[in-house]
Design a protein around this ligand. Structure first.
Ligand SMILES: [Zn+2]
Length: 268
């Protein structure tokens, strides 16, 4: 990927970082991915791949700084499958807080956490909240896959999430050599509760008032949800472009000072 501007923090000198703090209006992105099972066809770093791709493109377009990606996440739900590297919620919270605290000390006062994995939402919410109170910086927690919904092809299963055709599509667009479509299988679901009787069990994220927690191998044969057979590089590119566009719009507003927090000023 060609970067229009030099935005990767680890490739700058210390002096260049000081300049970049001013040029970016204090905005730094901390991307967070995962190393976890994505079924027989897709690489373990699928979430990291699309997160890094979108973040780098958006940062280059707007002119903000990107910290090195945190490649691991809270993936206990996928530990039934070899290769998954799970780091505890507490570890992830402290790691992201350490990174954010360092960046804040050097002048970044707008910290944008961009996350590619559902299991990271809760720990990153805590990290962002605690960092805000500790540093006084503006904190955002963004879920990349929620930035825009791109319609699925006709016939694709209703549930098309982890390891499904959308993630297969983004992998095909970014790193086709890591995808083994000949081994692709549909994620056969193991849950046969009566429809509408109780909420679907979940591994992470919030879907309604009642949550029943499950590991991915308790609810799916291969730990995936969807059917990679409906994937294409063309669709993947569309998805990546859409996510990048929404992130660019947000970062531009943030950089131009259109998104700020004010504090109440009681008159007496
Ligand atoms: Zn994924």
């Amino acid at each position: 990927m060609v970067l229009e501007k030099k935005v990767l923090l680890e490739r700058m000198t210390s002096k260049q970082v000081q300049e970049a703090v001013k040029e970016s209006n204090g905005i730094v992105i901390i991307p967070v991915g995962a190393v976890e099972n994505h079924g027989p066809a897709l690489p373990l770093n699928t979430d990291t791949l699309y997160t890094e791709h979108v973040v780098r493109r958006a940062a280059a377009e707007v002119g903000v700084v990107v910290a090195p990606i945190v490649p691991w996440g809270n993936t206990e739900q996928q530990m039934g499958f070899a290769g998954t590297i799970h780091i505890k919620n507490q570890t992830l919270i402290e790691l992201v807080k350490d990174i954010g605290r360092s960046l804040a000390r050097h002048g970044f006062d707008k910290i944008v956490v961009v996350n590619g994995h559902g299991g990271n939402i809760a720990p990153l919410d805590i990290a962002c909240e605690e960092l805000k109170y500790e540093t006084g910086a503006l904190l955002c927690n963004i879920a990349v896959w929620e930035l825009e919904k791109v319609p699925k092809p006709a016939g694709a299963p209703e549930i098309d999430a982890h390891g499904g055709s959308q993630e297969a599509s983004t992998d095909l667009a970014i790193s086709p050599e890591d995808v083994d479509m000949e081994s692709a299988v549909k994620g056969e679901l193991l849950v046969d509760w009566p429809a509408g009787a109780v909420p679907w069990p979940r591994c992470s994220g919030r879907v309604g008032a009642i949550s029943i927690f499950a590991t991915s191998d308790e609810i799916s044969e291969y730990g995936i949800f969807g059917d990679p057979a409906f994937a294409s590089a063309e669709r993947g590119q569309k998805v990546l472009d859409a996510w990048t566009r929404v992130l660019v719009d947000f970062l531009q507003q943030l950089k131009q000072g259109e998104i700020t927090l004010r504090r109440a000023q009681p008159s007496t």
